[in-house]
Design a protein around this ligand. Structure first.
Ligand code: TYD
Length: 212
């Protein structure tokens, strides 16, 4: 049995990742592949419970270190119970955010640092990496408009952080993708849903061709 392939979609808030993850999963299914579409934080009952704690924190909220540990714990459960078993039975996994979100949000913007996030990922998930990470990059003005339309005043504990925090997240994503060009492809997320979908399909084509 050939191992499946693991594709993660990454980007800041309002970049359209979730819609694009769904469309990518559908397109891969139409090619006859078994596809598991999932998201982080979440994807398993345990990780979804941790998601609630992270996005609607009890009390005064989490410090940066506790937050990083909770994301790593949620990911550990997700990898052990859902992602690895799927890959081992030959299924493809399309994941809306993965460890590079922790590197950009907690490591970069949150100040924990990349080495610490990677160390937590090593302990929690044996350092599992996607076969390809698609970074969806959208102009900041477009993001602001989409978020106003989507969230109104109702963003969560992380989405609702300052403009500076989110600018640091975007900067960290670009930096990580820049130093690991083999692991990432940066896709222009400006334009219609269909245009961005076509770009993502082209970006994952080498992975599909390499697997079939
Ligand atoms: P979600 O509603 O899924 O956001 P989005 O639609 O923008 O993907 O909430 C996930 C939030 O958690 C989002 O603000 C990014 C944040 N996050 C981290 O800070 N670190 C992580 O490792 C992950 C997976 C998400």
């Amino acid at each position: 049995m050939t191992r499946g392939r693991f594709i993660a979609l990454e980007g800041g808030e309002g970049t359209g990742k979730s819609t694009q993850a769904r469309l990518l999963a559908q397109a891969l299914e139409q090619q006859g592949l078994e596809v598991v579409l999932t998201r982080e934080p979440g994807g398993t009952p345990g990780a979804e419970a941790i998601r609630q704690l992270l996005l609607a924190p009890p009390g005064e909220g989490w410090g940066a270190r506790a937050e990083a540990l909770l994301f790593a714990a949620a990911r550990s459960d997700h990898v052990e119970k859902l992602i690895r078993p799927a890959l081992e039975r030959g299924a493809w996994v399309v994941c809306d955010r993965f460890v590079d979100s922790s590197r950009a949000y907690q490591g970069g913007a949150g100040g924990i640092g990349d080495d610490a996030v990677r160390a937590l990922h090593q302990v929690g998930s044996d350092g599992l990496r996607p076969d390809l990470t698609v970074l969806v990059d959208v102009a900041p003005d477009t993001v602001a408009q989409r978020l106003a339309a989507r969230d109104g005043d109702a963003s969560d504990a992380i989405g609702g952080r300052s403009t500076e925090y989110h600018a640091a997240v975007a900067e960290a994503f670009r930096k990580i993708a820049g130093v690991e060009p083999d692991a990432f492809v940066i896709v222009d997320g400006n334009g219609s849903i269909e245009q961005v979908h076509e770009r993502i399909l082209r970006a994952v084509e080498p992975v599909v061709e390499g697997a079939t």
